[in-house]
Design a protein around this ligand. Structure first.
Ligand code: GLU
Length: 267
């Protein structure tokens, strides 16, 4: 993956199960490692956009609610509480490494409405020119239906990668990548290192198990991969358990599953 080192603009998506402990509270050690490696990527010369989940879980943990609510209003309230908690931590850690974060909360209308889309594109562009790290999440507190909701941050990250015209999308997950069968039940399951054609056969082996705190399963990640690769943007699925594995990519090594950009894409 030597070319990864030449990427100028990367979007990194990180999920709730990577960012939080089983208690739902933020996993500060892991977040700090993630911030350190992303800061290093910036120092290397890349522009970095971070799509971060974790708001609902952090909100639930902060007020001791006990469980992720199913009631939409309560969930929206948790997101509002947790989002500021999340940004406070990112701001503190990125500041420690000399970088500036900027929060962008998105709804699906931002993508579907041309004027709002263009406003968002301009904001991202200016922030990146100003050397900031945009930290993006779905605006859960005001998103209620399929007009406004993305249906999870895997999909949101694909839209963001397209919006900022990223060179690569990295999906940091709680699995090592896509396997040829379920690694939780089959000890001989093999990691698929490279996917060139995201067809029904690939979907058929994916299964769709989410985690208790996160929302995205493998199907959502494949949908995200399909969206971006069709636009000429490759995508990785990597295990975010140790964010420092991103250095392997920076050092030119191969990890996780790599979805190649479609050859027919205009990019
Ligand atoms: N936006 C949600 C949150 O911050 C997470 C959605 C997802 O992980 O797909 O909690």
């Amino acid at each position: 993956m030597g070319y990864f080192r030449d990427s100028k603009r990367i979007v990194v998506k990180v999920g709730t199960s990577t960012l939080t402990h089983n208690t739902g509270h933020l996993n500060l050690r892991r977040i700090e490692k993630l911030v350190k490696v992303l800061s290093d990527m910036k120092n290397w010369g890349m522009q970095v956009v971070l799509v971060s989940s974790g708001a609902v879980s952090a909100g639930v943990a902060k007020i001791g609610f006990g469980h992720i609510p199913s009631n939409p209003e309560e969930k929206q309230a948790m997101a509002a509480i947790g989002q500021s908690e999340l940004m406070k931590i990112y701001d503190r850690f990125f500041s420690d490494y000399g970088h500036t974060v900027a929060q962008i909360l998105m709804t699906k209308e931002v993508i579907s409405n041309p004027e709002r889309r263009s406003a968002a594109e301009n904001t991202f562009r200016r922030l990146l020119e100003m050397n900031c790290i945009p930290v993006v999440n779905e605006n859960d507190s005001v998103s209620t239906d399929e007009l406004t909701k993305f249906g999870g941050n895997d999909i949101l990250s694909a839209y963001v990668a397209e919006l900022v015209n990223a060179d690569v999308l990295i999906n940091l997950s709680d699995v090592d990548g896509l396997y040829d069968s379920d690694p939780r039940t089959n000890p001989d399951a093999k990691l698929i290192e490279r996917v060139e054609c995201l067809d029904d056969a690939v979907y058929a082996i994916a299964g769709d198990a989410g985690t208790s705190r996160g929302t995205g399963g493998m199907i959502a990640k494949l949908n995200a991969a399909r969206m971006v690769t069709e636009q000429g943007i490759p995508m990785f699925i990597l295990n975010g358990h140790d964010p420092e594995i991103l250095y392997t990519l920076l050092d030119g090594g191969h990890i996780g599953t790599y979805f190649t950009a479609s050859k027919d894409a205009k990019k």
